[in-house]
Design a protein around this ligand. Structure first.
Ligand code: HEC
Length: 127
C-alpha cells in the first residue's frame, strides 16, 4: 500500500511538470523556429543574402526583448506593414540597435509570410 501511494504522488509531480511546460509554450503553439523553409522564405525572390544565423538572432531578440512588457504577440496576428511599424516603434522600448532591429524584422516578416501567405500566394499565382 505504501508503495502504491508513492507511485501516485510521483505521477502527480510529472503531471504538474507537463502543465508548466504547456503554459510556457502558450496556447498558440510553438513560436516559429528557424527551419530551412523559413530561410528559403526570407530569401525568396532574390539572391540568398539572409543566413540562418541572422534569423536565429532575430528569433532570440524577439523572445528575450519583446515579451517583457506584454505577452509575445503571435507572428501571424499582424500583416507585414503593421509589423514594420510596430517594430520601428518598439525598438527604442526594447533598446535594440539598428542591426538588431533589422534581424528581428527579417525574422518576423519571413515568419509572417510562412504562416500567413497572401491570398495570391495561397492560390499559387506566384505574385
Ligand atoms: C518597455 C516595454 C516594452 C517592450 C520592451 C516592448 N513593448 Fe511592445 N508595447 C509596449 C506598450 C506600452 C504597447 C502599447 C502601445 C504603445 O504604447 O505604442 C506595446 C504594443 C505593442 C504591439 C501592439 C499590440 C496591439 O495592441 O496590437 C506590438 C505588436 C508590440 N508592442 C511588439 C513589440 C515588439 C516586437 C517588441 C520587441 C522589439 C516589443 N513590443 C517590446 C511596451 C513594450
Amino acid at each position: 500500500m505504501k508503495h502504491m501511494q508513492m507511485i501516485r504522488d510521483h505521477s502527480l509531480v510529472l503531471l504538474s511538470a507537463a502543465g508548466v511546460l504547456l503554459a510556457v509554450s502558450g496556447c498558440g503553439g510553438e513560436l516559429q523556429r528557424v527551419t530551412p523553409a523559413l530561410v528559403a522564405e526570407a530569401n525568396r525572390g532574390g539572391p540568398p543574402t539572409v543566413s540562418a544565423e541572422t534569423l536565429e538572432a532575430g528569433r532570440t531578440l524577439y523572445v528575450t526583448r519583446c515579451g517583457s512588457c506584454h505577452g509575445l504577440p503571435a507572428i501571424a496576428a499582424y500583416e507585414q506593414p503593421a509589423w514594420k511599424s510596430w517594430v520601428r516603434r518598439m525598438a527604442p522600448k526594447a533598446r535594440i540597435d539598428a542591426a538588431q532591429e533589422s534581424a528581428l524584422l527579417t525574422y518576423l516578416l519571413a515568419g509572417q509570410r510562412l504562416t500567413n501567405p497572401s491570398p495570391y500566394e495561397a492560390l499559387g499565382a506566384g505574385l
